[in-house]
Write a protein that binds this ligand. Sequence first.
Ligand code: NAD
Length: 504
Amino acid sequence: MLSAGAAAQVPLGSDVKARAQPQASHYIDGAYVEDTDGRVIDCIYPATGEVIARLHSATPAVIERAVASARRAQGEWERTVPAERGRILRRAADIMRERNHDLSVLETLDTGKPYQETIVADALSGAEAFEFYGGLASSINGECIPLGESFVYTKRVALGVCLGIGAWNYPTQIACYKGAAALACGNAVVFKPSEVTPLCALQVAEILVEAGLPKGLYNVVQGYGDVGSALVAHPDIEKISLTGSVPTGARVMAAAGEDIKHVTMELGGKSPLIVFEDADIETAVSGAILGNFYSTGQICSNGTRVFVHRDMRAEFEARLIERVRAIRLGDPLDPETQMGPLISAAHMDKVLGYMQLGQQEGARLLYGGERAEVEGFEDGSFVQPTVFTGVSDDMRIAREEIFGPVMSILEFEDEDEVIRRANDTGFGLAASVFTRDLQRAHRVIDRIQAGTCWINTHNVMPVEMPFGGVKKSGVGRENSRAALDHYSQIKSVYVEMGGIDAPY
Ligand code: NAD
């Protein structure tokens, strides 16, 4: 939660928005670069619908320049003593922490997420990633395998130039997560933010250079999907890490497959959150609220299918609605605001469509279901936090990723049944179980098909914890030591200590 000191610092008003316009659209080889021939990208503040910055999508010349600068810088970086790589990343973490306030305001302007969230969740999680991988850089080792007198040694070597492609919900965090692990392993990075949130990654690039990162190792290239696909196909890109939707993931993986490139796919979900009859009710309600309404529901791992045991349902719903009613929507820059707008008017229309669909499908609307009016922000993309109950497994609101504050409550009676129903989805990003029965908690989680799971909480993602999905929710893992395996490859060397003979 926000401290009073931090609240007092929030500068409100138009001067903040004026600061949103970056020096130029792209950041390449340690400097801002502009090419006005590129298609215009209007960065819209979702709370007001105003254009707060105008940038340009990368032209082929910009793409070439970014990849070439990364390629040039990478070789020497890979040969830099790992401890020095780590020191630079840790300095970047310190700078991010010092600038948390400004970075949080920018994140709020870029996404519409309330400052109350961004001040604790975005730049700080980016700083944690730089600190964590900075600490690990000098322990990215191989092994020695004795074979009598001879032996094999292995090295973990960099992949080369890694492309990061971001979604719009966590622009600072995604730019840092993809950069930190890649740079620690000795790679160079070209990062393409979502065209919807182009601002934050530029700050990350500036901070890295200020921390001492040699120029060219972290480049930011703006653009729509066509720029993403041109970068994916570029022959000098060795690895692609995408955070985005399943359809985009399928396209990017297919294109990467043409040249057998490495991929990490962090994609969508429709995760189950299971509440057993013995759960602590306040904890379970808190988990369901955090797992559905934080960031206005725009989180990939949200537990949007809330399975509640029959004996607990009435009590759970009563307490849930009491708390959801009190959620404070409003000006995202007001530190008291708990929920901001959705990312865009187009996305709001999609989410409102699902709110109507739920009612048409026969789910019972317990709360919300409409656009929200916020005084002074009439053109913002605000919707009410929404809760449906009586949802059945076949309804589209229970099957499709809505990516908005729409919770579906589904009733269940026994353990086997809820496990079967929870797994009846093509997604497999996350899952959580709320119960006081330890054995049941582990037994159920063990049988749930999901890459990232929680017991008695939801959406807690420390950088130490591997994050990623199974089934259509993704390939590979972000964060933790596990991500190092996805940003490096093993080189094996057999060392013959005797003479060798040939049969012919
Ligand atoms: P999106 O798939 O529309 O776009 C993601 C990124 O891919 C954007 O930068 C976009 O420009 C780019 N892109 C689009 N087409 C491309 C192509 N053909 N080639 C290369 N790049 C292309 O997703 P979005 O709407 O920005 O984000 C929301 C989605 O992201 C949701 O499905 C959400 O679940 C998912 N997400 C997943 C995670 C995770 O870690 N698993 C985290 C956040 C968001």
